[in-house]
Design a protein around this ligand. Sequence first.
Ligand SMILES: *Cc1c(COP(=O)(O)O)cnc(C)c1O
Length: 402
Amino acid sequence: MIRREEFDQLLVPTYNPSSFLPVRGLGSRLWDREGRERIDFTSGIAVNVLGHAHPQLLDALRGQAGELWHVSNGFTNEPVLRLARRLVDATFAERVFFCNSGAEANEAAFKLARRIGFDRRGADCYEIVAATGSFHGRSLFTVSVGGQPAYSSGFGPAIGGIHHVSFNDLEALRAVVTERTCAVVLEPVQGEGGVVPAAPGYLQAVRELCDQHGALLIFDEVQTGVGRTGELYAYQHYGVVPDLLTSAKGLGGGFPIGALLTRAELAAHFSPGTHGTTYGGNPLACAVAERVISLVDTEEMRARVAQRHAQFVERLTTLAERYGVFEAPRGLGLLLGCPLRDAWKGQARMLAGRAGEAGVLLLQAGPDVLRFAPSLIIEPEVIDEGLDRLEQVLRVLTESPA
Ligand SMILES: *Cc1c(COP(=O)(O)O)cnc(C)c1O
């Protein structure tokens, strides 16, 4: 009999998983071996955009599994071409590079930005400007660009030539962007950093600043992409078009895949041999992702996410007022964060743990924010049921404070 305790005996302790050990999922619910059910407002951290065990995704995976799993990039394959066609048709992009995760998509974006700077403006054009509090992945380059020193310190010299400025602070950005800047990278809504949306006008102003200085604008949409904010990608919500865009998490609906999207003229700087990855464009991953995009990129889905957003905001605002543990939610679509009030600061992990015990799984976004990232097709009744369970926890905690 497998037990949670074996994690500590067998795995490198990079994580501290919950005592709840899920063995089966369906829609927005998960079950453990004993049959205890929990409502899932986490989607595997904004990954399972269509919930667990969606019949259409099972069909895509099973169908492809009987045809072709892997062929190497010495060949192309039908699923990768179909997926690329879909992404190009649905976005600003003309070219796509596939990989397996968000960190790899960003790694590719940062390397491409530096290569373009080098080719166009010489060896001194390699600086990257990023936001404090940002998260871009766990490889050495991506933790160096990410604005959370806790993730980059203690690993020897970080990658150089990176500046960090406050998110949503245009003047701070103006002060560091120069002719040496090859790219500015931002999350349209900072996810791990606390669910902080870009302020109105900020991204547009950053776009103009980049154009003035010949710097590329990279949007890391690993968390905000694939319908999460209501639009297929959040840049479409803001009406500001980046030069490079990275996607992963929701893209495979639970099957690992990442992508870098860009224009043909920029993509040309990655000529054959300059970059690559064994599994990138793998037929299994691409077959699933193509089905994900076909189901997410519809008017019906936009309307559905807008309705669910309104339902969450209304109820969370009531809970915020009634219990005083957190404030009303911020965020877009189904990426919402409730900042904790002063008396509860630092306790997001504890609160998420208590909610889990009460049968509703939540995320934290740093120590001070509770994050909600449910499936895009979660049913209204399940939202209510999950928030009832959360309310139970809030009631108990505020009656007899910890
Ligand atoms: C999760 C995340 C990443 C890293 O993705 P991985 O697949 O874990 O490598 C990068 N950027 C953002 C904005 C993320 O939320």
